[in-house]
Design a protein around this ligand. Sequence first.
Ligand SMILES: NC(=O)c1ccc[n+]([C@@H]2O[C@H](COP(=O)([O-])OP(=O)(O)OC[C@H]3O[C@@H](n4cnc5c(N)ncnc54)[C@H](O)[C@@H]3O)[C@@H](O)[C@H]2O)c1
Length: 316
Amino acid sequence: MEIDRKAPRVAVLGTGLMGSLIAMVYARAGSEVAMYDIQEDRLRQAMARVKGALEQLRAGGLGGPDERAVLARMVAKTTLAVAVEGADVVVEAVVEDVGAKVDLYEKVEALCAPTVLITSNTSGLQPSVLSQRMNHPERFVVTHFWSPPHLIPLVEVVPSPKTSQSTLSNAFDLLKKIGHRPVLVRREVAGFIGNRLQYALLREALALVQSGVATVEEIDDVVTSSFGRRLATVGPLMTADLGGLHTFAAISRQLFPELASGSEPLQLLVEPVERNELGPSTGKGLYTWPPERLSATVAERDGLLLELLRREKSKQ
Ligand SMILES: NC(=O)c1ccc[n+]([C@@H]2O[C@H](COP(=O)([O-])OP(=O)(O)OC[C@H]3O[C@@H](n4cnc5c(N)ncnc54)[C@H](O)[C@@H]3O)[C@@H](O)[C@H]2O)c1
C-alpha cells in the first residue's frame, strides 16, 4: 500500500460528533477531505461544528493553518461513491453498530482499490469482527480517537490478526503526521484500553450512587477534585508505584471483593434511558441540562484540555 505521505486524500464516513472533527484534524494537516453521511443535515451541522472548533483553537492560542484554507479542503458529498473516489484513506465514524459498519465496508470495498487504507473510529468493537466480511481485511485497522478529537491527541490503534504490517505502519505515520499520538493495542480486546478503564470506573460510580453512599454530584466531585487531577500526569500504575506497591497490594486485598462486578448495566443507567432522559440532548440525564449549564461545562472542560495541549505542544 503506497500512500502519499505529504497529504493523503481522506474520505470520512459519518459526520456526527466524532467524524466531523476528525475530518477537520486531517484537513488542518493538509489533506483534502470528502465527508459523507446518510443524513444530509448532519453534513451541514458538521461544518458548523468544525467552524466552532477552529474558532476555539484560535481563541485558545492553537490556531495554526489558515482557517479558510482548512474549510476549503473539506467538502461534503451526498453519495458514498463520490466521497470515496480517489481517497487514499477511508475513516469510518458511523454509529456504533456492527451491522451498519460491516455493510458499509462491503460497499466501500466495492468502490475502492484494494490498496486504500480503511480505518474505524469504533469505541470498542473488535477489528476482527468488523473486518469479518472484507475481501481485504489486511488493509483494515481501528484508529480510536477520543472526544473531542481536536483537543485529545492520543489515538488507540488496534489491528486484527489479519491487519498487515504495512497497514499498521501507514496508520502510525498518518496519525503522527496529523499531530496525534498513536498507541498500539497489542492484542485486540473489547473496549481496547481506555474504555475498559473508563467503564470499570463508571460501573463503580453508578453502584455507589445506587447503594446510597453518595449522590451523582458528590461522586463526580470526589473524582474531579482528587485522583482525577493526578490522572492527567500520572497514570494508575505509576500512581501505585508512587504510593508504594505494598500499600496498594494490601488495599487491593481488602477492596477487590467489595467492588461492583456485575455484567449488566446498572438500573441507574437503564431507567433514565427508558424515560428518554439521555443527557444534554434531551435536557436531562443523570443531571438536568439547561443550555447554560451545558455551555459552561463544555467551556470548562475544553479550556483545561486546551491548556494541556498548549503545554504539550510547547515542549515539542
Ligand atoms: N461520541 C464519542 O464520545 C465517541 C468517542 C470515540 C469514539 N466514538 C465512536 O465514533 C463513532 C461515531 O460516533 P459519534 O459520537 O460521532 O456518533 P454520532 O451519532 O454523532 O454520528 C454518527 C453519524 O453516522 C451517520 N451514519 C450512520 N450510518 C451511516 C452510514 N451507513 N453511512 C454514513 N453515515 C452514517 C449518522 O447519520 C450520524 O451522523 C462510533 O463508532 C462511536 O462509538 C464516539
